[in-house]
Design a protein around this ligand. Structure first.
Ligand SMILES: NC(=O)c1ccc[n+]([C@@H]2O[C@H](COP(=O)([O-])OP(=O)(O)OC[C@H]3O[C@@H](n4cnc5c(N)ncnc54)[C@H](OP(=O)(O)O)[C@@H]3O)[C@@H](O)[C@H]2O)c1
Length: 260
């Protein structure tokens, strides 16, 4: 990729993204912000990357800039930097509104994205609003790109990031039960993770099958799957999802309102 990508806010997510981008056959040139210092130093040493001495220098030296501070820090951090026409400012911040971003980076072009840390293994589904060739090219390297042309729908779709994160707790709960019940720790962890990855793989591979079809195919009368499924339903183990996701979406929309 013949592009220089600057990163402002080299924290948890940005570090995973750098690892993913550096796996490309032709990785972009990357310039890191001086903050967070530990991650920038580690990544610079690992991949021979440049650390700029200020956020201004990141913007001056880059074709596109990933904006990866916490949502509450973002607008203050990027306002007043030397943005120029033809540059793309790619926010990964949950909730922060496009209108607020655009006002802060003008005359550059602002876009919103919501990747997940699976960018590290190039398997991040990334939501993008609005369509943008530069952002698409970056996130194509890190997994799949899903474009939305209105912000409200984009916010809703971005809840995929929460689902990804929360399912770690699901895998934990399953793996811990397997371990407590007698399996060794590593086997329990691997089997729980592989079973969930396989579930997603089958759903994606068979768009012709609706969910009732798939669930009923496995949970037929008398099967072990049906016993477990009925138990989960009885205990509310599945019915909590709508409320949980609605709570996260409400917070995302609140941040959006506050940052317009
Ligand atoms: N983590 C995820 O899985 C995930 C998923 C999707 C979206 N996101 C979004 O990604 C963004 C970052 O999340 P995170 O989990 O990576 O947070 P994080 O680990 O706290 O990273 C934020 C980074 O921003 C840096 N920073 C703060 N103010 C700055 C400034 N003025 N200039 C330059 N850098 C500054 C911090 O540096 P210091 O260390 O020096 O304070 C820190 O390294 C958030 O907006 C979040 O909504 C995260």
């Amino acid at each position: 990729m013949n592009m220089t990508i600057g990163i402002i806010g080299v924290g948890h997510l940005a570090s995973y993204m750098v690892d993913g981008l550096m796996k490309a056959d032709n990785p972009p040139t990357i310039i890191l912000s001086p903050r967070g210092a530990d991650n920038s130093a580690r990544l610079a040493a690992k991949y021979d990357l440049r650390i700029a001495n200020s956020n201004d220098a990141v913007v001056e030296g880059s074709d596109a800039v990933l904006l990866a501070t916490r949502p509450g820090d973002l607008l203050d951090t990027i306002t007043g930097l030397p943005w120029r026409d033809g540059q793309t400012a790619i926010s990964v911040a949950a909730g922060v509104a496009l209108s607020g971003l655009q006002a802060a980076v003008s005359p550059a072009t602002a876009v919103r994205t919501l990747p997940i840390t699976a960018a590290k293994i190039c398997e991040s589904p990334t939501c993008l609003f609005p369509e943008n060739d530069v952002a698409r090219a970056v996130f194509d390297l890190l997994g799949s790109v899903h474009v939305f042309d209105d912000e409200e729908t984009y916010e809703l779709a971005s809840i995929q990031g929460v689902i990804f994160s929360v399912f770690h707790a699901g895998i934990q709960s399953i793996a811990e039960w397997m371990e407590e019940t007698g399996l060794d720790k590593d086997t329990a962890r691997e089997l729980a993770a592989r079973a969930l990855r396989a579930t997603g793989g089958m759903v994606l591979a068979h768009p012709e099958n609706d969910f009732d079809h798939m669930v009923n195919e496995y949970a037929t009368e008398g099967t072990l799957t049906r016993i477990a499924l009925l138990e989960l339903r009885k205990n509310g183990g599945l019915s909590g999802w709508p409320e949980a996701l609605s709570a996260s979406l409400a917070r995302s929309r609140e941040i959006n309102r506050d940052t317009q």
